[in-house]
Write a protein that binds this ligand. Structure first.
Ligand code: CO
Ligand code: CO
Ligand code: CO
Length: 309
């Protein structure tokens, strides 16, 4: 075993030969949009992302679906699976099969297997003081999905978050490998600060984030101020309370956005400071249009974070 559960990394890694290791991960969740096809795409992009975060190439996947047979039409189930299959196909991943169970609540996800050279694994434990941190997707899917659920947001907002959540992290993953990234993780349920904390703790470093540089989906701040906040944001805030300090000029809603739980979020990449600008310009050129340098790694206490304006 090369990577197990000890550092809260994105996936497990097991060495087969000197040239080959397999990466395995599983992610399953309940629908956060009404469209079953898009839900399937989001679930697949999210599950496959953990392979990309480790610097791997996703090869195969297994479906898992739970649904109430009496209350859900089979056409809906087929649409969910079709969304998952199309997204897996885009990632070059073959779905080999899967399993379904009866469940009062709809759930879908995939177990994904990828490959990586054993010496080229990118974990969340390699961040070094002086590194720059690049985030590749905007934050806000949790807050905006909550606004949709409360009936406060237009269909355009739903289209925007679906576009964000169905985008594969493939290009940033390939580019970070090319540039020799030191560490990476993808941003999901623990929010930007939660996953940054995991990276800082696993790497025995501190992290400094500049909140004005964090890319946000359009109107995220406004919806947050109006109270469209998922419960997970407060859970994340509570858990991280003694691990992060904020500049006094940062408002409560600006803080909450950084705790917003993401679904199928972007990669947080720790890269040598001399290569950061070039990696960023390559990302922007390859249409990872919201990528931004959002902070840096410092030699402070392990797992601690400072957020500046
Ligand atoms: Co992950
Ligand atoms: Co995961
Ligand atoms: Co990782």
């Amino acid at each position: 075993m090369l990577v197990g559960t000890s550092h809260a990394d994105d996936a497990g890694v097991y060495k087969l030969t000197d040239e080959l290791a397999i990466i395995q991960t599983i992610d399953i969740f309940t629908p956060l949009v009404d469209d079953p096809y898009k839900f399937g795409q989001i679930a697949a992009a999210n599950a496959i992302s953990d392979i990309y975060a480790m610097g791997g190439k996703p090869l195969t996947a297994l479906n898992f679906i739970g649904y109430p047979k009496k209350h859900l039409e089979i056409e809906t189930v087929i649409e969910i699976l079709k969304g998952g299959a199309d997204k897996a196909n885009e990632a070059g991943t073959v779905i080999l099969g899967g399993h379904s169970i009866m469940d009062p609540e709809v759930k879908y996800g995939l177990a994904v297997t990828g490959v990586v050279h054993p010496e080229k694994i990118i974990t969340n434990a390699g961040a070094q003081p002086g590194d720059k941190l690049i985030l590749t997707k905007p934050i806000g899917t949790g807050i905006l999905a909550t606004a949709i659920k409360f009936g406060k947001a237009s269909p355009e907002v739903e289209d925007m978050i679906c576009e964000c959540m169905t985008t594969l992290n493939k290009i940033p993953s390939v580019l970070m490998q090319e540039f020799g990234a030191h560490a990476c993780t993808d941003i999901t349920g623990y929010g930007l600060l939660g996953h940054a904390h995991e990276m800082a703790a696993a790497s025995s470093v501190s992290i400094e984030i500049q909140s004005s540089k964090v890319p946000l989906l359009k109107d995220t701040q406004e919806y947050c101020i109006k109270g469209n906040i998922p419960g997970g944001a407060y859970t994340n805030k509570e858990y991280l309370d003694d691990k992060v300090s904020f500049d006094s000029s940062i408002t409560e809603s600006e803080q909450l956005v950084l705790y917003d739980p993401q679904t199928s979020g972007g990669l947080l990449i720790s890269i040598h400071r001399d290569k950061a600008e070039e990696l960023l310009s390559r990302l922007l050129k390859e249409e990872v249009q919201d990528a931004s340098i959002i902070g840096e790694v410092t030699a402070g206490a392990a797992g601690q974070m400072v957020v500046r304006k």
